[in-house]
Design a protein around this ligand. Structure first.
Ligand SMILES: Cc1cc2nc3c(=O)[nH]c(=O)nc-3n(C[C@H](O)[C@H](O)[C@H](O)COP(=O)(O)OP(=O)(O)OC[C@H]3O[C@@H](n4cnc5c(N)ncnc54)[C@H](O)[C@@H]3O)c2cc1C
Length: 581
């Protein structure tokens, strides 16, 4: 019997040990390199070290993924593979493409190492430690819910105004929709406009915003937005931001959309700048921490309750800033407010699910313009990749399946989206030339992502897009004539910065997708939140896309980044002042 135990139990134990861990694997010991294309279009390169039977170490040695957004994927995925000895690992929410690139790169390296990939990929996932039932209790003056642009600005401002601050973010990464913003931030009367000879004013900014919002915006909030916009750019610049390039977005009378040099993407830059400052000030941001409830007693705000993989978190605070963003990624909620948008795709990050609209319900918070939901007209169907309005601002045109223009391309998004839906197929084609490409660095990410079709001539790109080449040539020639004459008799397009005659030429099919939720919590100029009896809820503040009133019936491109910076700062300042009482 003893002999039986010895020879039988050892193999059984080994089988148990390796079950769920990629099965028994054998590798050729060494360090192997693997690569796979990331979301940036560049390769994610990994080095994987194995011994005879195990994956010992994975290093990401090269990548060009977006800072901040991809950080968690680049660190957590290698760890999960090594810990579990499996390729069957969960992608990081909000960084799916970067996660998949790391997994694919590691797979390539392990193939070289002689691994049985099929077994590794189907191996059971390592069970994560079950969440403890213990509740962590934290005390702070101000708790900020959401670490997008508004939340990070609020946290910095509350800290600048003397409060202790904690930020809770439900996703593994900070930045929310702000990370995705490309076109830029609207501001009037900035030194960068003056340097370029742009004659703008706070008054004109207000007029454009009210007109774009169909005059249902709260004029007081719009006044605050416009009159603080140059100060917001200055503040971001003082933190290390670069908002020196100035371009045009739809509905703007002049160029006032500020972005990094060369027209690079603005949102991720803004998040990087704010997040670095938050870290530098020692403000804690707890990621993977979803707020589910606001605590209140006898009308007094007491803090928030949150859940996280490590257990529940209760934050006792004197003030709460809600900066959870919009609900564009929650199609049930979107369709609940606007049934016409049922089934529409979205440009939003997966965390834009409108949690706040649920957790403020017990407080009877007043909502404004909640059914006002914007579609963006230049989103690549199925892939849901948005082509920034700045491409049209820098000269691109839209044509339908007849290769004809059908709208002034820089009309507001609601107008362009509606016109597009009336075209055959409900989509259109964005057309531009090398001159536009060179004017806007942000276009490079569309090139790398393989979104654009290129042709050496207008006819060639038309053929590739299955449009009539002669018709497209005639349309572009006519448009170039309008550029020269500085007048567009067909659609009265005001801003025609360049002729489209510089090869190669580029096209991409685009259509409308849910982009921005204008409505939200009712706030005033101090970012205080109101209840349905039109009373201030003491200690409760909100800023950014979660709030309503700034953008009215339709948001102008570039106004959200301005909104979140200005009202983010105001909410932090107000919350700190309230906490100090
Ligand atoms: C593709 C795209 C391009 C855009 N381009 C531009 C542009 O060029 N210019 C412009 O002005 N605007 C642009 N916008 C709009 C703009 O980016 C957003 O409106 C703005 O960034 C919203 O900022 P926010 O801080 O309010 O929300 P977000 O940046 O979305 O941040 C909210 C954060 O709260 C977190 N959160 C949500 N619920 C909870 C919870 N229960 N607990 C804890 N955390 C929670 C979210 O995960 C998120 O990180 C664009 C939007 C998209 C999607």
């Amino acid at each position: 019997m003893k002999g039986f135990n010895r020879f039988f139990l050892i193999p059984v134990l080994l089988v148990l040990l390796f079950a769920g861990c990629g099965g028994r694997q054998s590798y050729k010991p060494g360090t192997y390199t693997g690569k796979a294309e990331g979301i940036s279009g560049d390769d994610v390169v990994v080095e994987v070290t194995v011994d005879k039977s195990a994956i010992k170490e994975i290093k990401v040695v090269e990548h060009n993924e977006s800072p901040g957004i991809s950080d968690a994927a680049l660190s957590q995925i290698p760890k999960a593979i090594v810990d579990g000895q499996t390729l069957n690992v969960d992608v990081v929410s909000g960084a799916t493409y970067s996660s998949e690139a790391v997994i694919a790169a590691v797979t390539a390296a392990l193939e070289e190492a002689g691994a049985n990939i099929k077994k590794l990929a189907s191996a059971e996932k390592k069970k994560t430690d079950a969440a403890t039932s213990a509740t962590e209790v934290i005390n702070t003056d101000v708790v900020v819910v959401g670490a997008g642009g508004a939340g990070l600005a609020a946290a910095l401002s509350a800290h600048e105004n003397g409060a202790s601050v904690l930020v809770l973010e439900k996703m593994p990464v900070v930045g929310g929709n702000t990370n995705y913003a490309t076109g830029g931030l609207n501001a009037a009367e900035t030194p960068y406009q003056k340097k370029k000879g742009i004659d703008d004013s706070v008054e004109l900014f207000i007029q454009d915003t009210m007109k774009g919002g169909k005059n249902i915006n709260n004029p007081e909030l719009v006044k605050v937005l416009a009159s603080n916009s140059a100060g917001s750019v200055e503040w971001l610049t003082s933190l290390g931001g670069d908002f020196t390039d100035v371009g045009r977005m739809g509905g703007a009378s002049v160029n006032r959309c500020h972005r990094p040099t060369g027209g690079a993407a603005a949102g991720n830059h803004l998040v990087q700048v704010l997040h670095a400052a938050v870290k530098e000030k020692g403000i804690t941001v707890k990621t993977d921490c979803r707020v589910v409830k606001i605590m209140e007693e006898g009308g007094v705000i007491k803090g928030v309750m949150a859940t996280s993989p490590a257990g529940n978190v209760t934050v006792m605070s004197k003030a709460v800033v809600i900066a959870t963003g919009g609900f564009g990624a929650n199609n049930d909620m979107v369709a609940g407010f606007n049934p016409k948008l049922k089934g529409f795709g979205t440009t939003n990050h997966p965390g834009a699910t409108g949690d706040a609209l649920e957790f403020v319900k017990p407080l009877n918070v007043a909502l404004v313009d909640i059914d006002k939901i914007q579609t963006h007209p230049t989103v690549v169907p199925v892939k849901n990749k948005m082509i920034t309005e700045a491409v049209r601002g820098n000269g691109a045109i839209l044509v339908n399946r007849n290769a004809e223009r059908f709208i002034s391309e820089l009309e507001t998004r609601d107008v362009v989206s509606a016109a597009e839906l009336k075209q055959e197929g409900g989509t259109s084609f964005l057309f531009f030339d090398q001159g536009v490409r060179e004017s806007l660095k942000a276009i490079e990410k569309y090139v790398k992502a393989g979104l654009l079709t290129e042709g050496a001539t207008i006819e060639e790109v038309a053929e590739k897009m299955k449009l009539d080449p002669a018709k497209l040539k005639a349309t572009v020639d006519k448009y170039n004539g309008y550029v020269a004459a500085k007048s567009d008799p067909d659609f009265s397009r005001a801003n025609m910065p360049r002729a489209l005659n510089n090869p190669p030429f580029y096209m991409v099919e685009v259509g409308p997708a849910v982009h921005h939720t204008m409505g939200g919590l009712k706030i005033d100029t101090e970012a205080r939140v109101y209840n349905t009896s039109d009373e201030v809820i003491p200690g409760l503040f909100a800023a950014g896309e979660v709030s309503g009133g700034v953008h009215g019936g339709n948001r102008l491109g570039g106004n959200a980044l301005s909104d979140i910076t200005t009202f983010g700062r105001i909410s932090g300042k107000s919350a700190a002042a309230f906490a100090a009482k």
